[in-house]
Ligand binder design. Structure first.
Ligand SMILES: C[S@@+](CC[C@H](N)C(=O)[O-])C[C@H]1O[C@@H](n2cnc3c(N)ncnc32)[C@H](O)[C@@H]1O
Length: 362
């Protein structure tokens, strides 16, 4: 049987996104389209989905799996360009944005991608094969100190120096199994259930795909795209990702981010998010039994808070989204009315004209 990717925390995701009929959603990590299909089911009738994945194969698979749905736009791109993608496809503002980070079971099962140390394959690990740098490039060109730093930082590996030393002694390394064997030897063999190369492989994958930098950048962009009461939902699979998500949401939920020693606020920061779940959501016992790969998953969710200015910007953006003006699309009407009234009360005549030309149908 062909491998499938079982969406993790599926029900919890729909609940956290508060998926509603007619809503518009972005799935930034489409994978096999599992979460996307759930979102489309729950947003029917009238729901719209923009799905993004850096891996062209994932987009192809999702296209097949989502063929029965009409209102979908699937894009092979990196979510580091989230805002540009959404503006290109006129997909602003949105009711919810999902990030289900990391790699899918499908990618892990494609041995030639080099994500797994279980099968012999080139040391690749790129989500997008058009990208230049592979894991082999890093392993064979970085200095011992750079490798040790990378493995410690992104793998949280206490034996990083020993591993880096061994890699440098034995390179060039070209395959996953070669690297796994070297790491195993460097740490003095296997202990426990987890393979000793797990953390080194994680570190290389994070570095090859710039995963942490891309996540930080995309989270900031995501907030700008959320409409009134829009939800941001992130599922992460290791502590480095989760730390970024937790810190980001907590900071964005504060009205002031000055250091505690500052006598009066000088940052001018205002909260743009409200935490939906103060505690992280993890898989149930039942899900862990059915899908052991879900064991490290952590879901965090937050809701957009909108200021008067952002209200106005939002309305302007609504005017630029043809699907929204054509069918009212899921934004609750009382809210839309309230927003329009606020905007018409506060903007100049010139801007009002622009809004009307935008053709908002009420
Ligand atoms: C855990 S899988 C998603 C599975 C999907 N939610 C499902 O239910 O089938 C993560 C996906 O995110 C993609 N991905 C990771 N980083 C990305 C990035 N920066 N931009 C776009 N896609 C990315 C990977 O290629 C992978 O397909």
């Amino acid at each position: 049987m062909a491998p499938v990717h079982i969406p993790v925390l599926a029900e919890e995701t729909i609940k956290a996104l508060a998926v509603q009929p007619g809503g518009r959603y972005i799935d930034c990590t489409l994978g096999g389209g599992g979460h996307a299909a759930n979102i489309l089911e729950h947003s029917s009738p009238g729901g719209q989905l923009l799905g993004i994945d850096a891996d062209p194969k994932a987009v192809e698979t999702a296209m097949q799996n989502l063929a029965r749905y009409d209102s979908i736009t699937l894009v092979n791109a990196n979510f580091v360009n989230l805002e540009a993608i959404c503006y290109k496809y006129d997909f602003v503002p949105v009711h919810g944005i999902l990030f289900d980070l990391g790699l899918s079971s499908l990618q892990l099962a494609e041995s030639e991608r080099g994500f797994s140390f279980q099968q012999k394959a080139p040391l690749d690990m790129r989500f997008n094969p058009d990208q230049e740098q592979t894991a082999a490039d890093i392993v064979n060109s970085y200095s011992e100190a750079e490798l040790a730093r990378l493995i410690k930082l992104y793998g949280e590996e206490i034996y990083s120096r020993a591993i880096a030393r061994r890699i440098v002694q034995e390179r060039p390394l070209n395959t996953t199994t070669e690297l796994a064997r070297i790491v195993e030897r460097a740490v003095g063999g296997r202990r426990g259930k987890i393979h000793p190369a797990t953390k080194t492989f994680q570190a290389l994958r994070i570095a090859v795909n710039h995963e942490l930098e891309n996540l930080e950048s995309a989270l900031k962009q995501a907030v700008n795209l959320l409409g009134y009461e829009g939800k941001l939902v992130v599922i992460s699979y290791h502590s480095l990702e989760d730390r970024i998500v937790k810190h980001f949401m907590q900071q964005e939920a504060k009205d002031c981010i000055c250091p505690p020693t500052t006598p009066t606020c000088v940052c001018g920061h205002t909260a743009r998010l409200k935490l939906i779940n103060k505690r992280v959501i993890t898989p149930s016992e039942e899900e862990l039994k059915d899908n052991p790969r879900s064991r490290s998953a952590k879901l965090r969710a937050a809701e957009r808070i909108i200021t008067e200015d952002e209200h106005y910007n939002l309305v302007e953006r609504l005017g630029s989204a043809p699907e929204v003006k054509a069918n009212g699309n899921g934004w609750r009407r009382p809210t839309l009315l309230k927003m329009l009234r606020a905007a018409f009360d506060t903007v100049s005549t010139g801007s009002n004209t622009a809004l009307r030309q935008g053709g908002l149908n009420m």
